[in-house]
Design a protein around this ligand. Structure first.
Ligand SMILES: *[C@@H]1O[C@H](CO)[C@@H](O)[C@H](O)[C@H]1NC(C)=O
Length: 437
């Protein structure tokens, strides 16, 4: 069901005064400087996607160090720009037990890629910078209210009064410890009616697994890290440093071809990423840094990512990003040009898209936060419990039909197909709402 942004904003405003006190009371400013609200097992993004544009990199000069952003790329529609190709990024301490990507069975699926053999490749280790080096200057805090599968608010004294506009939230921008509430910080709500429509209108048919990884074995996934120029793939230059490269089975060394990771635990600060097994050809990936192994990400308005992972604690060191594991998505163009470095060398700053799925915001924290970084940025300050001593299974469902993305803790098996009823069960899970403006 379509709804007008303007009128839903008005409905959200009407209930704002009655809700804001109660909602804020649930949230705590932690000693790490971040706001956390309630523990959750599902975060439901709504109103995802807008019309906008970002700047594509069109050249990288390895001798003059200049990057050119020659063209403005526009996007629009449901989930945009997160419907574009994304790569999946992982930072330790983390052990990935399963990863999979599913598409609706109606999509045009082809034969699986042949599994790559496992092999050890040894190489030197370098210090990586973290995405936060170029990331937010302020922390956006969104207090969320709970909704059930019918879009009704689950908790709070005002539940009855707000049943008609149950998908409501209050944002507060916190800048260097000072709390302000700018006009723009109030976001939209959607009606109970549109929410219940979305919950019941599940796509027909099963979902088919197009990519899968479990330790030692991978199908249509390419593991990469930032060891370009050091071990048989990618490049290094004094201008742009190490490009991406194939990752060896240990996850942290570079390699000359693709490998399935072994059952490895990344240490704090170490990172790898996953692309599909499909190589870029011609200009079907747009511009990318020359001489890198360039692969497609995972695109589409309807796609499901599944994860099973553990984020053990790592209290041994004091280094950068110590004990701050994370899993996030980037527009796949970003790592194919420059993930860490000059902002004009990737489309990140101009808003081609990042979505943090599970991110620890301060060393040693046990609260995993999700957030979208693009022209529509927003998220939830409700948190998933970090799986320190066991694994967490989760599904991330991109549901183009109603502009939602659901991040849901699940217990199901990640087999070759997901039945329509399994997926519909996930979409119907109640959770914390994160309505994008
Ligand atoms: C591999 O993954 C890509 C990206 O999801 C997909 O487009 C392609 O069809 C997949 N290939 C196979 C053989 O399943």
């Amino acid at each position: 069901m379509q709804f007008s942004k303007k009128s839903s904003l008005l409905s959200a405003l009407t209930v704002l005064s009655s809700l804001s006190t109660a909602v804020k009371a649930d949230c705590q400013l932690s000693s790490d400087g971040n706001y956390y609200c309630a523990q959750t097992d599902a975060v439901i993004y709504s109103n995802v996607g807008f019309s906008g544009s970002y700047l594509d990199v069109t050249s990288m000069d390895e001798s003059s160090c200049a990057c050119t952003q020659g063209s403005s790329t526009s996007f629009s529609g449901s989930l945009a720009p997160l419907d574009e190709e994304v790569s999946i990024h992982f930072r330790g301490p983390l052990n990935l037990k399963q990863f999979g990507v599913y598409y609706p069975s109606s999509s045009n699926l082809k034969k699986r890629d042949v599994e790559e053999p496992c092999q050890e490749v040894v190489s030197t280790k370098i210090q990586h910078k973290h995405k936060r080096d170029v990331a937010v200057e302020y922390v956006e805090v969104i207090s969320t209210v709970w909704i059930d599968a019918n879009g009704n608010q689950v908790t709070g004294a005002n539940a009855a009064a707000t049943a008609a506009t149950s998908y409501t939230q209050v944002n507060t921008i916190v800048n260097q410890g000072t709390t302000t509430t700018p006009a723009a910080a109030t976001t939209t709500g959607t009606t109970a009616a549109s929410q219940s429509t979305s919950a019941s209108s599940v796509s027909s048919g099963d979902w088919v697994r197009g990519s899968y990884y479990t330790p030692g074995s991978t199908t249509n996934c390419t593991f990469m890290n930032h060891m370009g120029g050091s071990a048989g793939s990618g490049v290094w230059s004094s201008c742009f440093g190490n490009s991406i490269s194939y990752a060896a089975a240990d996850g942290v060394s570079g390699a000359g071809s693709a490998y399935a990771l072994d059952d490895i635990t990344l240490k704090s600060g170490e990172e790898y990423m996953i692309f599909s097994g499909q190589e870029c050809s011609g200009d079907d990936c747009g511009y990318y840094r020359e001489n890198i192994p360039a692969y497609h990400g995972f695109s589409g308005k309807d796609k499901i990512f599944v994860f099973e992972f553990q984020m053990p604690s790592d209290t041994a060191g004091t280094g950068y990003n110590q004990d701050m594991p994370a899993i996030w998505l980037l527009n796949a163009k970003i790592p194919r040009t420059l993930q860490y470095g000059k902002s004009e060398c990737s489309c990140w700053e101009s808003g081609c898209g990042e979505m943090d799925l599970f991110e620890i915001l301060s060393s040693g924290s046990d609260k995993l936060i999700s957030h979208v970084h693009d022209g529509q940025g927003g998220g939830s300050q409700d948190y998933f419990q970090r799986p320190v001593s066991s694994t967490l299974k989760a599904a991330v469902i991109f549901h183009g039909e109603d502009q939602t993305i659901h991040i849901v803790e699940v217990n199901d098996d990640f087999g070759a197909t997901l039945s329509a009823s399994t997926v519909s069960g996930w979409l119907n899970e109640a959770g914390s709402s994160a309505a994008l403006p």
